[in-house]
Design a protein. Structure first.
Ligand SMILES: Nc1ncnc2c1ncn2[C@@H]1O[C@H](COP(=O)(O)OP(=O)(O)OP(=O)(O)O)[C@@H](O)[C@H]1O
Ligand SMILES: [Mg+2]
Length: 123
């Protein structure tokens, strides 16, 4: 939806390729702004998003080389502390979705709830 993400120095630029990409960019920007500091510590910071979500600027993180362990994933979901009724917990354990930023592990892609309720899109 937004690949390839272009990393320039301290910034990662996400360019939406389609409507889902734009929804994902907007979702991450809004989520990052609206959550409390405990949750925010798990999210790679979004610095800016264009009005319709075509472009988003995130801080650049160092991607993980291996998938996180079950323990690590359980730890982050516990810290997130999902409350029934709100959007689902926004991240998955795959390595490409996480990175190191300022000494902590943060989610780079936390946009799944932005479109999981959509109709399936073929190809
Ligand atoms: N802030 C960041 N710093 C460094 N790399 C990043 C950052 N954000 C994303 N990336 C890299 O770019 C990839 C794609 O970003 P992201 O998952 O957010 O977009 P996507 O639209 O879901 O694309 P994909 O379908 O490839 O997962 C990530 O898996 C990660 O490797
Ligand atoms: Mg992704």
């Amino acid at each position: 939806m937004r690949s390839p993400v272009i990393v320039v120095g301290r910034f990662a630029l996400k360019f939406a390729r389609n409507a889902r990409g734009r929804a994902s960019n907007l979702y991450e920007a809004t989520l990052y702004r609206s959550v409390n500091s405990t949750r925010r510590a798990l999210l790679c910071p979004v610095l800016w998003v264009s009005r319709r979500g075509t472009v988003q600027i995130m801080r650049a993180a160092k991607p993980l080389s291996d998938m996180m362990s079950l323990d690590e994933y359980m730890h982050v979901t516990e810290v997130w502390d999902y409350v029934p009724g709100e959007d689902s917990c926004p991240f998955e354990p795959k390595a490409s979705d996480w990175g190191w930023f300022e000494g902590r592990m943060v989610a780079l892609d936390y946009s799944t709830p932005a479109w999981e309720a959509d109709e399936p899109i073929s190809a």
